[in-house]
Design a protein around this ligand. Structure first.
Ligand SMILES: Cc1cc2nc3c(=O)[nH]c(=O)nc-3n(C[C@H](O)[C@H](O)[C@H](O)COP(=O)(O)O)c2cc1C
Length: 315
């Protein structure tokens, strides 16, 4: 276990509400941080950059010293022409932690360490984890199979154990964790924190349209399709939303090759018209206020911590 001071004693449950394109904004970040889960959002959800500046101000004003820390997700892919501006705003607002995706985090590490912030890099396999570790990140977010968004295809059991063989820093696990038992299981596997996305789509404070939230509640894991057809990189989507947009299951196979992401405008259109979610939809049955959800996750987590050893053990 290796938990940086930033998170120590600041959380109701050991979890981060993961950044979600078009879904997480200041309302969800403020609600999660106030309830005791570290909140985050993608900088690209605020358009243009001047709105990102406003959101950071709004979040900073709303959170007091007792709130959980918040973070911002920066996409490092070449298609993100706003990266330098958004990074400069993270520096001027001293964003407590920055989550990097899809690229080498070297420059972000330098800038964020300059004001004492943390950099967490998300990865879907151990090879990439070694690269971000060498770049000096403070934490690695392992995104396993079944996650919402650009998920990996490796089992959480194998991915987290593989990374723990060479990384003893902050390690975070994401992928189909939707309840307190899953959060506890992530810790048992060697993670310090769990990373929950899909569960927070179906909250009152998420920016997802009501029909999207309803589809998350009504779907089960068999409705999730892993494909590169929508975004250019493999991601998990809700089949009913793909069907409504005219796609048929037969044409949606995942790609084995290198991902070629679409540009931002195309990507925004794709994710607005077709909806992403992970296998965690299987046990999501409601759209509660975030505070109520976090209290429930806390009770489930405590129950999972109190489990006795298996009665199958020899005495
Ligand atoms: C609708 C949606 C949008 C997402 N957008 C982003 C994003 O913009 N940046 C990012 O780093 N991850 C994004 N993700 C991935 C999440 O940050 C996180 O890795 C994932 O949701 C964890 O798995 P879970 O959804 O099974 O809990 C997205 C996930 C979803 C469901």
């Amino acid at each position: 276990m290796s938990l940086p001071t930033l998170f120590q004693g600041r959380l109701r449950i050991p979890a981060i509400a993961a950044p979600m394109f078009l879904v997480s904004g200041p309302e969800l970040v403020i609600a999660t941080c106030t309830a005791g889960v570290a909140g985050s959002f993608p900088a690209l959800n605020a358009r243009p950059s001047s709105q990102f500046d406003m959101w950071l101000g709004q979040i900073g004003d709303a959170l007091d010293a007792d709130a959980a820390p918040y973070g911002v997700n920066l996409i490092l892919h070449a298609s993100n022409v706003r990266l330098a501006d958004d990074l400069a705003l993270c520096v001027s607002h001293k964003v407590p932690f920055v989550i990097t995706s899809l690229g080498h985090p070297g420059k972000v590490v330098e800038a964020v360490h300059g004001y004492g912030g943390l950099v967490l890099a998300d990865v879907i396999h151990a090879t990439h984890a070694r690269k971000v570790a060498a770049a000096g990140v403070d934490g690695i977010i392992a995104i396993a199979s079944g996650a919402g968004g650009h998920a990996g295809s490796q089992s959480a059991f194998s991915l987290i154990r593989e990374i723990r063989e060479f990384w003893d820093g902050l390690l975070i696990l994401g992928g189909a964790i939707s309840d307190g038992a899953g959060i506890r299981a992530a810790e048992t596997l060697g993670a310090d924190l769990a990373y929950l996305g899909t569960r927070f789509i179906a909250t009152q404070e998420s920016r997802a349209q009501p029909d999207y939230k309803r589809m998350v509640v009504d779907s089960n894991a068999a409705d999730i399709v892993y494909t590169d057809v929508i975004s250019g990189a493999n991601a998990n989507f809700l089949m009913p939303s793909l069907a409504a947009a005219g796609y048929s299951r037969d044409t949606l196979h995942p790609a084995a090759g290198k991902a070629v992401l679409k540009d931002l405008a195309e990507e925004a259109k794709a994710w607005r018209d077709t909806w992403s979610a992970g296998h965690g939809v299987a046990t999501i049955h409601d759209v509660p206020p975030t505070g109520e959800l976090v209290a429930r996750l806390g009770r489930e987590y405590e129950a999972a911590c109190a489990l006795p050893p298996s009665p199958a053990l020899r005495r």
